[in-house]
Ligand binder design. Structure first.
Ligand SMILES: CCCCCCCCCCCCC/C=C/[C@@H](O)[C@H](COP(=O)(O)O)NC(=O)CCCCCCCCCCCCCCC
Ligand SMILES: Nc1ncnc2c1ncn2[C@@H]1O[C@H](COP(=O)(O)OP(=O)(O)O)[C@@H](O)[C@H]1O
Ligand SMILES: [Ca+2]
Length: 494
């Protein structure tokens, strides 16, 4: 009986803890303990505080970047109402920067931020914002260590700072695919308890010049076209993807070219596995297990010519490289449900030209239990490296025009579903950013230390690196986070 215990035990302290309420959703709860003596109460509090302080994996000081324009433009509100109170409760101090323009976070992280004083950085936004921050941190780490980012042959030095993601974007696939849900409170709690999930990071090069990093989807054809169209409809918010998705589905353009890839033959899993790699205890363990095996075999991987390339020529509706499952609310199982987060591979999905009806069946299967790869016009390969060359060469002048946002004949065609010709090129959707170069080459080299992965790229290409970022899952449900002490209002009767 609370009344009785309060009177009999006048001293009390409250422990806040993390509780898993449903599947991947976490919440903060608390429990109050009552004591007979003040000194005993203090002793408990002191001891628990010491235990908590000893947990070095938990952050104490964080640098937070908020994109106020991501998703439904709720970033600031989400942070202030849902996340900041939890950080305060967990005694985490923060420096908060609300971005003022695109690439603000990237440039600040790359040049100005005094990173030594922080235990991690936090991204409040969508995949694009996360991508900005990856660029800032990875670039800075390479620069500080004298690594030439433009050279596809250089091994990247891994970053030591983690990036926590508070989902406040349109797709939030990186958050969803790693945590299992896009819920700001759950993500904040993962950050507080110090979870970490390594992940594969790709880097894209063109003619030995670095273009971008990618951690989720590199998509040519359908997803490239959806993105290109949706960027002009940002005012629609997250619904722009549905609108542009529908429009792109109707245009039904295919793209001719050659895909070459180096199959990942030394790994245990395949893209057709039934296992899922995300914020689950067991699944992450599996992922780490495969990493270990992968690392042991790394010396073989470093000599890719041993394994042989495969070449596929054709007309493709979509070419997708999923370095993680790409699960998101639109497709809870994702583009490649069995993709691993940190195994140094990417799942290359090739969707060949087919009827609209069949393509719709393929798309719909992303939302159901049916296998989206079990179709005659779809194939999937787990690869270490890949390369794409469009059938017709892209001239430099055409690239310049694309980069400058001017529309070409092909793009004009794209905007007119009635036009039956398919344009020569699509663009690559690189974590939600457009890459104008159609021809890319992805090289993949894995470094055994600190789970660093790197896809090397020659001439035009994408290169992949570094596992690490993120505060993610895997704690048992109960975690003490903050202790409040208070003296009961009902004192013992004298
Ligand atoms: C008919 C329904 C079909 C549903 C198929 C859904 C598959 C969705 C897989 C989505 C993978 C997303 C990978 C993540 C990419 C993000 O990095 C990236 C950036 O995110 P950010 O804005 O948060 O910064 N997001 C995107 O590129 C958005 C891709 C969204 C694609 C939506 C496609 C909708 C297709 C609708 C087709 C409708 C056909 C209907 C015919 C009657
Ligand atoms: N203050 C800002 N003003 C305008 N754009 C910004 C700002 N901060 C970040 N951005 C850019 O907004 C884009 C989308 O951000 P993101 O958070 O991913 O939202 P969404 O999921 O809606 O695309 C990113 O490319 C990022 O570089
Ligand atoms: Ca992977």
């Amino acid at each position: 009986m609370p009344q009785k215990s309060t009177e009999a035990y006048p001293y009390a302290f409250t422990v806040s803890y993390v509780e898993r309420v449903w599947q991947h959703r976490w919440r903060c709860s608390d429990v109050t303990f009552h004591c007979l003596e003040g000194a005993l109460c203090q002793q408990w509090v002191q001891t628990i505080r010491e235990q908590l302080t000893a947990l070095t994996s938990r952050p104490k000081h964080l640098l937070v970047y908020i994109n106020p324009y991501g998703g439904k433009q709720q970033g600031e509100r989400i942070y202030e109402q849902k996340v900041a109170p939890l950080f305060t409760l967990a005694s985490i101090s923060t420096d908060v920067i609300v971005t003022e323009h695109a690439n603000h976070a990237r440039d600040h992280l790359r040049t100005e931020a005094e990173l030594k004083q922080y235990d991690g950085v936090v991204c409040v936004g969508g995949d694009g914002m996360f991508s900005e921050m990856v660029h800032g941190l990875v670039s800075r780490t390479q620069r500080d260590n004298g690594v030439d980012q433009n050279s596809p042959e250089e091994k990247l030095v891994p970053c030591t700072l983690r990036i926590g993601i508070i989902p406040a974007g349109s797709t939030d696939c990186i958050c969803y695919a790693t945590v299992g849900i896009n819920d700001p409170v759950t993500s904040a709690l993962h950050i507080i308890v110090g979870d970490a999930q390594p992940m594969d990071v790709c880097s894209v090069h063109h003619n030995n010049t670095f273009l971008r990093y990618s951690v989720s989807l590199l998509g040519y054809g359908f997803y490239g076209d959806v993105l290109a169209d949706s960027e002009r409809k940002r005012w629609m918010g997250p619904a722009r993807y549905d609108f542009s998705g529908f429009k792109t589905f109707l245009t039904h353009h295919y793209y001719e070219g050659t895909v070459s890839f180096l199959p990942a033959t030394d790994i245990l899993g395949t893209p057709r596995d039934k296992t899922r790699c995300r914020a689950g205890y067991v699944l992450l363990y599996k992922c780490n297990l495969s990493n270990n095996i992968h690392n042991q075999l790394c010396s073989l991987v470093l000599y890719p010519h041993v394994w042989g390339w495969r070449v596929i020529r054709g007309k493709f509706l979509a070419i997708n490289a999923a370095s993680m499952s790409c699960a998101c609310p639109r497709s809870p199982k994702g583009l490649s449900p069995a993709a691993h987060l940190a195994d140094g591979t990417t799942d290359l999905i090739l969707v060949r030209q087919c009827s609209r009806f069949n393509f719709l069946r393929h798309l719909l299967r992303h939302t159901s239990k049916y296998d989206q790869f079990d179709m005659t016009f779809v194939e999937v390969h787990r690869v270490r490296r890949f390369r794409f060359t469009p059938r017709y060469c892209q001239s430099d002048s055409e690239l310049d025009l694309r980069e400058n946002g001017k529309r070409l004949f092909s793009q004009i065609c794209r905007d007119h579903p009635a036009c039956s010709c398919s344009p020569a090129y699509s663009s690559w959707n690189c974590d939600g950013e457009i890459l104008p170069h159609a021809a890319i080459e992805v090289g993949y080299v894995t470094t055994p230390y600190n789970l660093l992965c790197k896809y090397t790229v020659h001439s035009e290409s994408i290169q992949t690196h570094s596992l690490f970022p993120h505060f993610v899952t895997l704690q048992p449900c109960y975690k003490m986070d903050k202790i409040k002490t208070h003296q009961s209002t009902h004192n013992t009767p004298s």
